[in-house]
Design a protein around this ligand. Structure first.
Ligand code: DAT
Ligand code: MG
Length: 126
């Protein structure tokens, strides 16, 4: 998913081009606004974290672009191209390393495994 900061910074095309360049295939895509209840469900695993409120505020602050990507080891490949959660720890050449400075505004979300991918695809495309 391209998060609201990525959309605001006009990075949708860049994110898509990078993942397509790697060889992953875009299977579904939807620009949308996430409401609070969907955001809370999406980020349910972080409910107890101190930054949960900010996380929900941020992901609901503007339009996002939800996407389904497919291909060999798509999750591993996409996470590698996104870079570390904290953009200051994300290497150059990664999306977060190249385009973000703050952990709370790190341009992209990516499912972290097959189960979360199934769950999140259900939330956004089900
Ligand atoms: P990722 O997005 O790399 O899967 P995550 O699932 O651990 O990372 O966290 C989800 C989002 O929450 C992350 O993209 C940014 C925010 N976040 C994570 N850790 C944070 C922290 N310590 N302070 C503020 N925001 C944080
Ligand atoms: Mg995560």
């Amino acid at each position: 998913m391209v998060k609201p900061d990525g959309v605001a910074k006009a990075l949708v095309g860049t994110v898509i081009a990078r993942l397509e360049g790697k060889g992953l295939k875009l299977a579904q895509m939807k620009m949308m606004n996430i409401d609070r209840s969907l955001a809370e469900e999406h980020y349910g695993e972080h409910k107890e974290r101190p930054f949960f409120g900010e996380l929900v505020d941020f992901i609901t602050s503007g339009p996002v672009v939800a996407m389904e990507w497919t291909g060999p080891s798509a999750i591993t490949a996409a996470r590698q191209m996104m870079g570390a959660t904290n953009p200051l720890e994300a290497g150059p050449g990664t999306i977060r390393g190249d385009f973000a400075l703050e952990i709370g505004e790190n341009i992209v979300h990516g499912s972290d495994g097959p189960e979360s991918a199934e769950r999140e695809l259900g939330l956004f495309f089900g």
